[in-house]
Structure formats: structure tokens, C-alpha cells
Design a protein around this ligand. Structure first.
Ligand code: SR1
Ligand code: MG
Length: 407
């Protein structure tokens, strides 16, 4: 249950050194006397996040949950999400080593997790907005989704461990946020919705389309009932940290912010990426950078092919091959693909209608923003109507729709 009352001390830049001194696991890692800088770096909707730098060491990141949404203190939410995040990070780190931040400490009293300091990485959304093209990241994320999607599933774990994992990861409050913000509010009159007058007919046409409404309803049902694997649950491009490859520096891709994780459909994570590639491409077309837009849409194929290849490579390790034969693999991959198209549509559309907007679109001048939003809604409708098309033709058509709306 959410506890809107503040019964524990919140962190701030002044009290972080004392906090570290009082946590043995952290004081071993970062000498409190040698801390050189504490910065508040959280710019998400939910939590306080501090990057701690120290002499002669890698530092640490502290992430604290409040008993309400950071951007809306009237919106209560369980601070226990932080404990769930720690459990999930451990599971994802085991399934997909090197693709999530390392976990150093969990404080269930003050609702703090201590994570690897990745200050040499940047949030992918920001880099995409700048027109930077980080090759390999989309494939890394396809592999991440595959490794987690296989490793925490019935295929990877077998019946008993899958049920235990599912029981330990029930996350009703965070799931309810997604059910409301992604699958419901954009399709009803709601105070969270913010629609530019010039986009009112676009939103009415999209959200009023009976085919769209049925597909979104079915996607919501799948989200709520298909407990396939311990998915990330909020894998947008703002949940990805990237360190670009350079002389003497290897590329690094990390999925972070796993507090929305739960046992859900694997296609939801692929779809979150696809929906955000559509938003990045809409920005590219709106700014007249067709090359970057086409590159961003090509990421959908990069992610899918890496996912498919990794999942297929893991398939021989499945726990129970007696009935789960190769026909099941082919059919399951087709199901994940179709799910991803519908979830991708829902994830893109919510960012241009409802609560929690994205900088890809919001930083565009209004006239271009109107066209980008129109294009995103046309793209979302196409993803909902042609979910079985392979990524390349599917996203070629999405590109044509975005380009037409931008012109
Ligand atoms: C109140 S939370 C709003 C959004 O932020 C997160 O990143 C999720 O996408 C959530 O829907
Ligand atoms: Mg987040």
C-alpha cells in the first residue's frame, strides 16, 4: 500500500556523505572522507538520484524512492518499489551480465538502492535528440530483452522456479500506473491529457477508431495477464545509458530504472523500444533530418534481429524440450513480434496524448510538434493494424507516414 506520510529521512546533497558512512557496504566502496562531489542527477518522474564522486575510486549512485511521485507529491506510491528494483536488478544482472548497472546495497528502511556509478555514460534519449547515431545499442538491447525474456521464463527456469519468480515479483502499484497511463487515459477524457488544438482532430481520429480501441484493449489484457518473464516494464530510450565507443573505450549499453518490472509479456519491452524509435524518428522528420529519422526507424530491425538471434541461440538450453519443440519457438517469436507492434503503438501514442511527455517531441517548436504528433498517431495506428508484418516493411511504412505528416 502507498504511504503518503513521510516516515523516513530523504537524502540531499548535504546528508549523503553521512548516509554512506552509516552503510558498511558503501563505506567500504567510497571513503566518506574522500568524497569530492555529490550531485542530484535524477530527472525522471519518480525518485531522488544522487551521483557521488570520490578521490581514487569509481564512486556510487544512490537512488531513493519517496512515498509519492517526485513530480507530483499528491500522487502516493509505494516506496517499496525500490526493494523490487533491487530484486529485479539482481535477476537481470544474472540473466544479462554487463547490460544493467551493478547493485551494491539495498536499504529497506530508507528505501535507497546503491548502484554502479555510470557517469561516463549518457541517457540514450538525449543522444538520439542530438542526432547522434550509436551503432550497436539497439542490438545490445535486443540481446538484453532476449536474455531476460528467456532466462526468467518457463523456458529458462522450468515450472517451479518460474512460479516462485512470479510470486516474488508481483508489482501491482507500478503496473497500475502503466495500465492507466499507457492503456487507458489516452483513450478517454482525462485531466492528464494535454492536446494542442491543432492536434484535436488527430487524437479524436486515433482514439475514436474502433479498430484502435479493440487492439489497445487486447494489448492491455495481454499486459495484465501474460506472465511470460520478468520484463523491464519501462524500457524507453530514457531508461538506457550509453557509453559510445572511442579510442581505447568499449561501447557500453545499460538498461536501468527497472522499478516497473513484473512478470509480463516479453513483447512489451521490445514494443517500448520500437515506440521510442518512432518518437525519435518523428523528431528527425520534423527537423528535416530524414537521414537520422530513417536510421532511427532502422533500429527496430536491429533490436528485433538481435532479440530473435539471441532467443534462438538460448533455445537449446530450455528446461523442458518434451513439448516445447522448434514449432513452439517459431510461434512464440511470432507472438512476441505481434505483441511488440501493438505495445509499441501504445507506448508512442501515450507520450503524445497523456501524462509524462518526452523531450524528442516536447522540445520541437509548436508548428513542427503538431506535425510530429500527427505522424506518431498515424504510425501508431499502422502498427496496430499490421502487427504481423516483419520489422522492415512495417517500419518502412511507418517512415512514409511520419515523413508525409512532417511535410
Ligand atoms: C508517474 S510515472 C510516469 C511515467 O514515468 C515512467 O518512466 C513510466 O513511463 C511512467 O508511465
Ligand atoms: Mg523511469
Amino acid at each position: 500500500m502507498a504511504d503518503a506520510g513521510q516516515s523516513y529521512e530523504l537524502l540531499n546533497v548535504e546528508n549523503v556523505p553521512a548516509y554512506i558512512a552509516g552503510r558498511p557496504a558503501l563505506a567500504r566502496l567510497v571513503d566518506p572522507a574522500r568524497i569530492t562531489r555529490v550531485r542530484e542527477v535524477g530527472d525522471g518522474n519518480m525518485n531522488l538520484v544522487f551521483a557521488v564522486e570520490a578521490e581514487d575510486g569509481p564512486g556510487v549512485v544512490l537512488k531513493q524512492s519517496m512515498p509519492y511521485v517526485r513530480v507530483d507529491p499528491d500522487w502516493p506510491i509505494t516506496p517499496d518499489r525500490n526493494r523490487i528494483e533491487a530484486t529485479v536488478l539482481a535477476a537481470h544482472g544474472a540473466a544479462a551480465p554487463g547490460l544493467v548497472p551493478a547493485l551494491y546495497d539495498v536499504d529497506e528502511t530508507r528505501h535507497v538502492v546503491a548502484l554502479e556509478n555510470l557517469s561516463d555514460h549518457q541517457v540514450w534519449r538525449g543522444r538520439l535528440n542530438e542526432g547522434l547515431r550509436d551503432e550497436g545499442v539497439a542490438g545490445d538491447l535486443g540481446r538484453y530483452v532476449a536474455r531476460v525474456g528467456f532466462g526468467t521464463s518457463v523456458f529458462g527456469l522450468g515450472a517451479e522456479a518460474h512460479k516462485a519468480g512470479l510470486a516474488a515479483s508481483v508489482n501491482p502499484e507500478l503496473c497500475e500506473i502503466t495500465e492507466d497511463l499507457v492503456f487507458t487515459e489516452p483513450y478517454i477524457e482525462h485531466e492528464h491529457n494535454r492536446i494542442l488544438p491543432a492536434n484535436e482532430p488527430d487524437v479524436a481520429a486515433y482514439a475514436g477508431d474502433p479498430g484502435v480501441r479493440t487492439a489497445i484493449g487486447l494489448a492491455k489484457l495481454a499486459f495484465m495477464t501474460h506472465a511470460e518473464a520478468l520484463i523491464h516494464g519501462d524500457l524507453h530510450t530514457g531508461s538506457v545509458l550509453v557509453r559510445a565507443e572511442g579510442p581505447g573505450v568499449a561501447r557500453s549499453t545499460r538498461a536501468f530504472d527497472v522499478e516497473f518490472a513484473f512478470y509480463g509479456p516479453v513483447g512489451f519491452d521490445i514494443g517500448a523500444l520500437w515506440g521510442n524509435y518512432v518518437l525519435a524518428a518523428a523528431r528527425g522528420f520534423a527537423l528535416g533530418d530524414e537521414e537520422h529519422a530513417a536510421w532511427a526507424l532502422g533500429l527496430a530491425t536491429r533490436t528485433w534481429e538481435a532479440f530473435e538471434a539471441e532467443f534462438t541461440a538460448l533455445w537449446p538450453e530450455r528446461a523442458d524440450p518434451r513439448v516445447y519443440g522448434d514449432g513452439v519457438l517459431a510461434a512464440y517469436l511470432a507472438k512476441v513480434h505481434a505483441d511488440a507492434a501493438a505495445f509499441g503503438a501504445a507506448k508512442a501514442a501515450r507520450r503524445v496524448i497523456g501524462f509524462s511527455r518526452v523531450t524528442d517531441i516536447e522540445t520541437l517548436p509548436e508548428e513542427r510538434r503538431v506535425k510530429a504528433i500527427r505522424g506518431v498517431l498515424h504510425a501508431a495506428r499502422h502498427l496496430l493494424t499490421r502487427p504481423a508484418d516483419r520489422p522492415e516493411p512495417l517500419f518502412d511504412r511507418v517512415g512514409a507516414l511520419l515523413s508525409a505528416a512532417a511535410s
